[in-house]
Design a protein. Structure first.
Length: 215
């Protein structure tokens, strides 16, 4: 299957309220597209990251009642799993497509990521100011919306690193969002190029979670 982009129907699937309807529809209609998209994205990632990257498409096996609000393909340095490691995700939800650098709350890389975020807080803050398109999905504004890169200064990053170290349930997600109203989401080649560009933009964040031998 070649990836030709998403459709309005794909985004509308997330409006289906019932688990028994949404879950099989996601698996039959969106999962194949995420796999096809991964076939385009994955071969380009070793050159960008400097190490092997493997595809993991979300199966949502633990969900039995509440349907997922989004689904994704993850790209991680290990073949057998992705959740223990800092990784990239290409996700789709009812509002659009998100390219994220993600760290689970129980990830093996969590303490390394937190320590390096604090250590590099000035450098990362300066980088984020140059890239306001990067959003933090764990640091919100008063209206509950993700903070843009320009709003994340050294202080907020250090405070967030402390939360990562001290709060078991705290994860990290920095991403670039493409709304469903943007025509690029319906163009497979253009969207693939934009995802690669976004991953390159997110690389400085990804790198702070890597062990020294992979930097």
């Amino acid at each position: 299957m070649s990836f030709n982009g998403f459709t309005q129907r794909d985004f509308e699937i997330f409006d289906l309220p019932d688990f028994s309807i949404r879950m099989p529809t996601l698996k039959s209609e969106i999962t194949p597209k995420l796999k096809a998209l991964a076939e385009v994205i994955a071969p380009q990632l070793p050159e960008i990251t400097g190490h092997s990257m493997h595809v993991h498409v979300a199966a949502h096996l633990r969900r039995t009642v509440n349907p997922p609000e989004e689904t994704w393909a993850a790209y991680a340095r290990e073949k057998r799993a992705y959740k223990p490691f800092v990784h990239f995700r290409t996700a789709i939800n009812g509002n659009g497509v998100k390219i994220a650098c993600f760290l689970e709350d129980y990830a093996d890389d969590k303490l390394v990521f937190a320590a390096n975020l604090a250590k590099s807080s000035s450098k990362i803050a300066a980088y984020l100011k140059k890239h306001p398109e990067i959003l933090s999905y764990d640091m919100m504004d008063p209206y509950g919306k993700p903070l843009a890169g320009r709003s994340l200064n050294k202080k907020t990053l250090v405070e967030f690193s402390e939360r990562l170290q001290n709060t078991k349930s705290q994860h990290a997600s920095f991403g670039i969002f493409i709304p469903r109203t943007n025509p690029i989401v319906f163009d497979g080649a253009a969207l693939s190029d934009e995802i690669i560009a976004s991953i390159k933009t997110l690389m400085p964040i990804y790198q702070i979670g890597l062990p020294k031998e992979l930097k």
